[in-house]
Design a protein around this ligand. Structure first.
Ligand code: NAD
Length: 479
């Protein structure tokens, strides 16, 4: 069994209280690692190390700082097979998915922000008699808190811009999927990243996550996770006026009009609904379908969903791996019980899947399609974060819009139509931070990313991430 350690001040350490948590491989149901159950004392030590390392790190010239990030990226890339396997074992996602998306994207995150740093410059405005210069200075110590669904991809998307902007970092990965963060710690040590620049403290949210958010020396918090945790973090961090970026839950709609490119839409909607067992914040969970297309699409969707192969994440033919934990499997089942109680018709799925051999004790859920629920049902209002979608018909563009917006969340929406004016109108009225036309999850890393309503506060990615991790000083030079 792997013994995971914290990275504090360049050292790999157990929790000071020598307490441990167990990490379970969700595909097998077996313990595969133990991790430090750290507490506020460990967090205090990590923040102190980050504070001590901050002056030297911020004074490095951009080329040197960027070079450290490029070296991290290269070292991660050299270990991509090990990282992909670790992510698969931690999370239950198919190995091919971790190897083709999660790990390459984590490498890219470091390269992207390293390159961005090299091209970043201050702005100056010259007037007769004076010159205004806008300086972007690092905040100091940044706190990064990440979830379990894309463990290294999302952690690196926070750490990379924070370091690039000249901050030192204390990160708290999800306690449910700690392995890839531990490998990142070993890599940071191996390339001799200066001590204290990157610190990773393992443990639970209430013990170490909250201590990170409450620490007065941590000037900004970038969080990705559930809306409930985001609210808890805001309650702790906001009174100290920390910068906050909160990327939270979603209940994303796909609006499907009868004039869409049908085959393309069908393939993409299956992917958008069930990738990573529906455990991507951007996954589609509410399919709104123009009435004239409803019967046809329902039949094709159910056939497509039933054909998805649930299996051992290590097998290349597996399309649906395990959901992340026994607790999450139970949560999904309880949401399905609620859906049934609300009158949902289960068109396919709706239960666990039992596999044999290595995965006999794993946590698998059959991809599920539900219909017959109104927009205000609990099932259509609450994030399930699993392989479950609902179907709702609509008669008109206005009704489609009403259904799409009948959610407390506002993360993402995809719109399937060939009617450009209709698409233009909807893009201005759909309440979501990310809107795709005839596509899903395509994005350029330079564009800002973030939800609205209960899905998010602030943006991540692109130049916005540099801005988030900086404080602005306007300096005026007069004659
Ligand atoms: P979670 O909120 O339970 O945990 C996220 C992280 O917060 C973990 O590291 C956890 O230990 C920590 N945490 C928990 N309580 C804390 C506290 N009081 N103070 C500080 N930290 C605390 O979320 P999860 O179950 O790991 O992830 C799933 C959720 O993440 C879903 O809601 C999903 O939609 C969301 N998500 C959102 C995005 C996005 O970009 N909007 C991306 C991925 C996942």
């Amino acid at each position: 069994m792997t013994r995971i350690l914290n990275l504090i001040n360049g050292q790999l350490l157990p929790a000071s209280g020598d307490q441990w948590l167990t990490s379970i491989n969700p595909a097998t149901g077996q313990a595969h690692a133990e991790l430090p159950d750290s507490d506020a004392a460990d967090m205090q030590q990590a923040v102190a190390a980050a504070v001590a390392a901050a002056p030297a790190w911020r004074q490095l010239d951009p080329e040197t700082r960027a070079d450290w990030l490029f070296r991290l990226a290269d070292a991660l890339e050299a270990r991509q097979d090990t990282l992909a396997r670790a992510e698969c074992d931690d999370n239950g996602k198919p190995l091919w998915l971790a190897a083709s998306v999660d790990i390459p994207r984590a490498v890219q995150n470091f390269r992207f922000f390293a390159a961005g740093l090299l091209h970043r410059s201050s702005t100056a405005h010259l007037r007769p008699g004076f010159l205004n210069v806008t300086l972007q200075q690092p905040l100091g110590v940044g706190g990064c808190i990440s979830p379990w669904n894309l463990p290294l991809y999302l952690l690196s998307w926070k750490i990379a811009p924070a370091l690039a902007a000249g901050n030192t970092v204390v990160a708290k990965p999800s306690e449910i999927t700690p392995l890839t963060a531990f490998l990142l710690s070993s890599i940071a040590q191996e390339i001799e990243l200066p001590a204290g620049v990157l610190n990773l403290v393992h443990g639970t949210g209430p013990r170490v996550g909250e201590a990170l958010c409450a620490h007065p020396d941590v000037k900004g918090i970038s969080f990705t996770g559930s809306t409930a945790t985001g609210a808890a973090i805001a309650r702790v961090a906001a009174p100290q006026f920390k910068k906050l970026s909160l990327e939270m839950g979603g209940k994303n709609a796909a609006i499907i009009f009868a004039d869409c490119d049908y085959e393309r839409m069908l393939a993409e909607v299956l992917r958008s609904s069930f990738s990573n067992q529906g455990q991507i914040c951007l996954c589609t969970s509410r399919l709104l379908i123009e009435r004239s297309l409803y019967e046809r699409l329902r039949a094709d969707l159910v056939a497509g969903v039933q054909a998805l192969r649930v299996g051992d994440p290590l097998e290349a033919s597996t399309q649906q791996g395990a959901v992340v934990s026994a607790a999450h499997q139970q949560k999904i089942l309880s949401c399905l019980a609620t859906a049934r109680a609300e009158g949902a018709r289960v068109l396919c799925g709706g239960a666990t899947v039992s596999l044999s051999g290595r995965c006999a004790d794993g946590y698998f859920v059959a991809p599920t399609v539900l219909e017959g629920l109104g927009p205000q049902s609990q099932t259509n209002q609450t994030e399930i974060f699993g392989p479950v979608i609902t179907l709702q018909p609509f008669e008109s563009e206005a009704e489609a819009l009403q259904l799409a917006n009948a959610s407390p969340y506002g993360l993402a929406c995809s719109i399937w139509t060939q009617n450009l004016p209709q698409a233009q109108r909807l893009s201005q009225q759909v309440e979501a931070g990310l809107i795709w036309f005839n596509s899903w999850m395509k994005r350029d890393l330079r564009t800002p990313f973030g939800g609205i309503k209960q899905s998010g506060l602030g943006h991540e990615g692109g130049w916005q991430a540099f801005e988030f991790w900086s404080e602005t000083r306007n300096v005026c030079w007069a004659d």
